[in-house]
Design a protein around this ligand. Sequence first.
Ligand SMILES: CC(C)[C@H](C(=O)O)[C@@H](O)C(=O)O
Ligand code: SF4
Length: 467
Amino acid sequence: MNKTLFEKIWQHHLVQELDDGAALIYIDRVFLHERTGSIALKSLEADNREVVSPEHVFCTMDHIVDTLVGRDDNTKVPSGKNFILATREACIDANIKLFDVNDPQQGIVHVVSPELGIVQPGATLVCPDSHTCSQGALGALAWGIGSSEAEHALATKTLRVSKPKTMKVNFNGQLGFGVTAKDMILHLIGKYSAAGGAGYVIEFGGTAVDALDIEGRLTLCNMAVEFSAFTGLVAPDNKAVAYLEGREYAPKGALWEQAVIFWQSLYSDEHAQFDKTIDVDCADISPTITWGNSPQHACAVDSRVPHAPIDATQNQLKALNRAYEYMDLPAGSALKGLPIGAAFIGSCTNSRISDLRLAAKVLKGRKVADNVNAICVPGSTTVKRQAEAEGLDKIFIAAGFEWREAGCSMCFFAGGESFGYRQRVVTSTNRNFESRQGPETRSHLASPATVAASAVAGCIADVREYL
Ligand SMILES: CC(C)[C@H](C(=O)O)[C@@H](O)C(=O)O
Ligand code: SF4
């Protein structure tokens, strides 16, 4: 007894302890995408190995696929089409379920998997993509791997894993007005650094996490990897059960009843020991935005770019000076009111229906400022259709947003499109690394509500003034 949720899932999947402290872990599901999945499948084929259990493998076109309306297999990025064609062919050969370019269920892997009930509480799921941690929101052990590990998982349904330490992060109290799951995770990383979770699997809990809906928990877990964690997860509760019921790949009938009973055993026991615990008081969290070139450069939207701490090391000083220079924002600059050139709502962090509803609430009856290139890319075709059924597309378009097809799009320059040289972008994505959204783009990570408010204002804005 007295096990953490992670320990329970680990024990259920332990095939064998290995000599060096690592373990062989059983893998329930593998999800692939055209950027890295095609490489794993091709290499498996070259080695004359087979996908051992194709019914547990899924693949989607999200990273390179174009998101312009009327798209086909052609892409903005040279050679992108080859990835799409190779992925399609490999999935057909291996008999893998593919959510192809114009499939009604296509979308970003971490949006599609929960949406279709492919990820489930207590399961292990891997994908050669770092934001697989998102899917821990449903109480699964889901983590990002490399292409060669994906090959191993495809061929053997197992993976060699070094056991992570355990961390509990409690978000206590209630979220303030205008504060979302995105602000929670940016605040955490801003306070404890982008390396704060290194070596740990993090269970998120506390009253504010209990109060989040599943989509908010997906956003929270999405950025566990930006905290350097092995992955993040949330214990499945009644909301998780209700969320999964009736979804296409969720169990049905008697299997559903059995699954729910099992899922109800998935929580950390009262006296379970974590290697580390962090308590966050939600009263301290404001709408949060990043100012620099790392997700740890996060601060309240109504604050100023921080000065280097007096005890900063030479390396820290160097990194801070680079961030000030790259972002063209000296220490002490106010964030609110800083003019922007673009606004992006999308990505596996914040492109679900609740994100679009929230942004539409801000945009309704308002117009995007002149000179702001505003783009909304729904996370999946299902989200897009749902938004259209609710009339949200009309609100986005009337405000001056471009309304796109689903995919990773401009979260990641690999899609071949960019916001332009040194453009300042307020973005609902998860990475603000240098040139992430195009050559020397200056990305400010924030919630979709803050992105919408900033698009309207033409500068970084405090969403509380727009709700
Ligand atoms: C291309 C892919 C491997 C990459 C990742 O692993 O995260 C991408 O999704 C990203 O967000 O940078
Ligand atoms: S939306 Fe962005 S962060 Fe998410 S998987 Fe795609 S490229 Fe990676």
